[in-house]
Design a protein around this ligand. Sequence first.
Ligand code: NDP
Ligand code: 8X3
Length: 257
Amino acid sequence: MLSIQNQIVLITGASSGIGAACAKVFANAGAKLILAARRLERLQELADEVSKNSATDIHLVELDVRDRTAVESAISTLPPSWSEIDILINNAGLSRGLDKLHEGDIQDWEEMIDTNIKGLLYLTRYVVPGMVKRDRGYVVNIGSIAGHQTYPSGNVYCGTKAAVRAISEGLKQDLLGTPIRVSSVDPGMVETEFSDVRFHGDSDRANKVYQGVKPLTPDDVADVIFFCVTRPSHVNINEVVLMPVDQASATLVNRRS
Ligand code: NDP
Ligand code: 8X3
């Protein structure tokens, strides 16, 4: 297993769910963490919790990944001791709404496209050149089962995750000849704030998504990400699809009750 002791890991969307779980797993392994999200207070709470259990160095960045100028500035103004990012985890993302395409809310579409595709691209564009220059680095993009299979009313969200899959594949091709590795980690159902966000805070509707099912936990996904990153340096795990035992495809779910 490759050590990630003292490696600098930038995690976007670290204020909740999969991103927060990654912060804990990587902190336990001795990495230095740059945690980014819009909700700075949530990042601070997470940093306080992580610091109780490990002596990890943590740098917080309040960042909206949709804002290209803010992303460029956040990366270019990192303090020197934080600027050499070894691992980028492009996790920030969301779904908004579950509507037929011809009835969809265009603002929802724009938020998903701007966050899931453009935000991921901005981070990649501003972080990866440094990796190329230093001849080391790892990019993990969080895709989804939704990037492999489109489900009814998933249309635009599924489109953004299909884009993430294509972008991961393209990045891997474009980095051929460098030691930089690229993985797309593509989960099925994970219980996080994802469904609350999708349904604009309608928690009754969000809870129904997980009713009668044992979904993946954010820790399950973080473990897989950690596994990818810690393979020997000649091994690239291109894509991982993981889902709960209770799920067989984007739409086929076994509900026990
Ligand atoms: P959560 O809602 O729990 O977490 C989403 C994270 O993304 C939050 O930390 C949020 O932080 C951040 N985020 C959202 N928009 C922005 C933005 N504009 N700028 C910066 N950060 C942003 O959901 P998950 O943990 O489930 O989602 C993480 C990733 O996993 C997403 O890409 C999602 O698509 C993907 N995924 C989730 C699955 C699931 O079933 N839960 C399955 C497959 C993939 P803040 O609001 O503070 O900015
Ligand atoms: C999240 C999983 O199936 O709700 O990407 O789209 S799904």
